[in-house]
Design a protein around this ligand. Structure first.
Ligand code: GDG
Length: 459
């Protein structure tokens, strides 16, 4: 089949000519290969007159990159408000944190309408449109209303909400229309697909075969495409930065347990710190020194719940360190800023264990990066929450219930005392799982499914 261009829509768009970061690189490569357009939010705040100017060309690359700006009101209502204070908590099963604000919901829909108008101006017959994440749920519906008949795909990077939580969303009745306007809804895991099918069935969709659905006159598909990483790129970065751990000046024999997460309440950080404190209090040999290095760059600090999680972590860190620290040892080192990607790769490699213990997570790429960065001859151990999407693929990790600090504490003990042959066997199996579905596989498989026309009506 002759392929048209690819039009990618994501909330943020890289501005540099050769962008870095797993997802951004994968999308960049796909666009480079196939040609097309990437449209995203510049991150700039402008006044309303400026937004009327439409798209700005931002890069001369083998494909076109265009950005749009938001006004301060749109940033508050669309990004901080509806996307990150309503949809994010709901989709991460935190209805207790969900904000209900009709103005924010209205602004979210208006921004989607405006972006749909911008896309409608650039789309050509035969182009495939690939929309990313919860910021743009209503986008396909808005495009269809403008007469756009192209294939439109959606990929949700975060979990699909539990159907039983969806009544907490005032706009829940709009969701089936939003979703069914896409041709392909890509989700991270089988669990997400099952939640989405339950919700759509309850909303009146007819389930055909193989994840195909029919709703009114729309036929569309729901399937899982677990996102991966650039495995070889990460191995190389880790090897080249193998001495990054020296920055930490650990004492001889000191063990390193690593955590790397955006500072977000979905990542289970207070429970993790409490578990590490519990591990230290019960470790069989008090001479053993283990340090938890937590890297947690802040995000969305203008949202109240993010300020609260920050305070909570500072309190726990102070308590654990106050009780346990020695003159030459600080048990929890908590770095609340961004660390360079190269150094990060080297720190993963130095770590004896990595704690990936979210309470809810679409996939979690840190789990995959840690595995890729290990020295296969003497690998560290991955401790992984059942609630990370990655748990469906990475069964050879030490699985924990992140709500139970005792269980996580025992897993830390098990990881730090695990015999070499078991570490090697687990690592080998985990490497296989991340290689089978790396970032190249993800883009190829998704785009092939988006391109393929649905089977004939009625099956
Ligand atoms: C969403 C979903 C899904 C973190 N700190 C630093 C840093 N990072 C990098 C990590 C990793 C990325 O950020 C985080 O990715 P995650 O997958 O863990 O989480 P989210 O940001 O919540 O992403 C998630 C993902 O989308 C993709 O679909 O897996 O479930 O929530 O790459 O390495 N990178 C650098 N310095 C840091 O301090 N350089």
């Amino acid at each position: 089949m002759s392929e048209g261009r690819l039009i990618v829509v994501s909330n943020r768009i890289p501005t540099e000519a050769a962008p870095s970061g797993g997802l951004v690189v994968a999308l960049h490569d796909a666009l480079k290969e196939r040609g097309g357009v990437w449209i995203g939010n510049s991150g700039k705040r402008v006044d309303a007159e400026e937004t009327a100017k439409g798209l700005t060309r931002i890069a001369e690359t083998p494909y076109e990159r265009y950005s749009f700006d938001l006004t301060e009101e749109e940033h508050q209502g669309f990004y901080l408000g509806y996307a990150n204070a309503t949809l994010w908590p709901l989709f991460h099963h935190r209805t207790d944190l969900l904000a209900v604000d009709p103005d924010q919901a209205r602004i979210y829909r208006e921004v989607n309408e405006r972006v749909a108008g911008l896309i409608a101006e650039v789309v050509q017959p035969g182009d495939a449109i690939w929309v990313h994440d919860y910021h743009f749920l209503p986008l396909a519906e808005a495009l269809r209303r403008r007469g756009v008949r192209n294939r439109i795909g959606f990929f949700l990077h975060i979990p699909f909400p539990n159907p039983s939580d969806l009544p907490a969303l005032s706009e829940r009745k709009l969701m089936p229309g939003w979703l069914s306007a896409f041709d392909l809804i890509g989700l991270q895991t089988r669990r997400d697909v099952s939640n989405a099918l339950d919700f759509l069935r309850d909303s009146g969709a007819e389930i055909l075969l193989n994840g195909r659905l029919k709703m009114g006159d729309r036929r569309f598909e729901v399937a899982s495409f677990p996102i991966g990483i650039d495995v070889d790129g990460f191995i190389q970065a880790a090897e080249e930065n193998a001495d990054a751990g020296e920055h930490l000046r650990l004492s001889p024999g000191e063990r390193l347990v690593l955590g790397v997460d955006r500072l977000d309440y979905s990542k289970g950080l207070p429970q993790r710190f409490a578990a590490f404190g519990e591990y230290l209090s019960h470790r069989p040999d008090p001479q053993i020194r283990a340090t938890l290095l937590q890297i947690a760059p802040p995000s969305r600090e203008d949202v109240e719940a993010y300020r609260e999680i920050r305070q909570e972590l500072e309190t726990i860190t102070g308590r654990v360190n106050g009780e346990m620290a020695e003159l030459d040892w600080t048990p929890i080192r908590y770095i609340r800023r961004n660390i360079g990607r190269e150094i990060l790769a080297g720190l993963y490699r130095r770590a004896d264990a990595c704690l990936v213990t979210p309470l809810a997570d679409g996939m979690n790429l840190v789990a995959k990066e840690f595995v890729a960065a290990q020295d296969g001859a003497d690998p560290g151990v991955l401790i992984l929450s059942h609630f990370a999407g990655a748990a469906e693929q990475m069964e050879a990790a030490l699985m924990v219930n992140p709500y139970d600090p005792g269980e996580t504490a025992r897993a830390i003990e098990q990881a730090l005392s695990m015999p070499l042959h078991e570490r090697q066997a687990r690592h080998l199996s985990l490497m296989q799982s991340i290689r089978e579905a790396d970032i190249g596989w993800w883009t190829r498989t998704y785009l092939a499914a988006l391109q393929k026309p649905l089977a004939s009506p009625g099956n």
